[in-house]
Write a protein that binds this ligand. Sequence first.
Ligand code: UD1
Length: 384
Amino acid sequence: MSRNLKFISVVGARPNFMKVAPLHRAFRNIEGVRHLIVHTGQHYDENMSKVFFDDLELPKPDIYLGVGSGSHAEQTARIMIEFEKVLLKERPDLVIVVGDVNSTIACSLTAAKLQVPVAHVEAGLRSFDRTMPEELNRIVTDALSDFLFVTEEVGVENLIHEGLAEEKVFLVGDVMVDSLVTYCEKAKASRVKSALGVTPKAYTLVTLHRPSNVDDRLNLGKILEILERIEKYGTIIFPIHPRTRKRIEEFGLMDHFQTVKGLLLAEPLGYLDFMNLMMDARLVMTDSGGIQEETFFFNVPCLTLRDTTERPATVADGTNVLAGLDVERVAGLTAECYGGKWKSSRVPDILDGRAAERIAEVLLNAFGKKEAVMSGGNIKESDK
Ligand code: UD1
């Protein structure tokens, strides 16, 4: 048999864990591949990190860098310093990064400088808004990557438009949807709705954490106004991201938020509980990238409180509507949603829960393990 391969996947922040879990499951079944998980520690609170390892049945990270918070430069630099040590010691054949967080750019840059090949999962997404830190992370990571795994057609177009070589680009679908498919049944069994005292299709689920929305007092004020305008429709469940909680407290707005009728301010939820609430929500209001895709897949109405999206298919073919922080527009659209009027999703065939398998197949071929064959949904090596 050809020599063993060592792949390192990087996780750092909450939206990374559900993307790496299916990759880990795919590689776990391949003989001749050792798959290590490095956690940078960008997110470190129990409910932003550990709970996801439990829910997604991920093993404890092989290596934990513990970098924590800081300014963008501090966080990115600390990750690079620590990750370089890991690469020099482990000498992997490939580094896999996912999404667009600071850990993604930090580890891809470190690997590229040491001439370790990089695979970017969820490549090619663009909001065309360079005030978003994630947009800069996406552009740089894609430019440095040797394998660009794309979730939707427009991502391929974006990469080609930026001059990246077509042979590096693979349209494989979305690993985040792989996790939805794998854990959907388990999520349905969650008791979170009865714990919160809500019934299906009778509540709005809110998540907000983008710096542009929550770091600005004026914008947080508009969010408060939106919540006040929609309180008449019943319960609003708002699991608060640490950044958002910090800002609400700093701006002295917590008392005001607590006066909104029917607003349940919760701690960040685990993966299965959140999925359970999302699947049965009447409406989801968010500024997250991933949740736009998840509601698209589950055909749940989604109002995105941003002016741009990096996932245009969720708007063109799905339940997503971009509403910015326009209070009147959000109030009007919420009324339509509770009145039973909303568009439905046409989910493309490629969102079938098998993206990680396709990624594994491409990588095995590229690394000369061409004999790898698909068997029973798992990839096994036949050239032992
Ligand atoms: C990061 C990602 C964003 C992603 C989001 C999901 C970047 C640039 N941003 O944003 O793309 O959508 O995660 O959650 O990588 N904090 C805690 N506990 C934690 C984690 C963070 O208290 O476990 C606090 C930090 O102290 C910091 C703030 O939350 O002040 C923001 O954390 P940070 O990692 O900078 O970015 P996020 O806003 O979480």
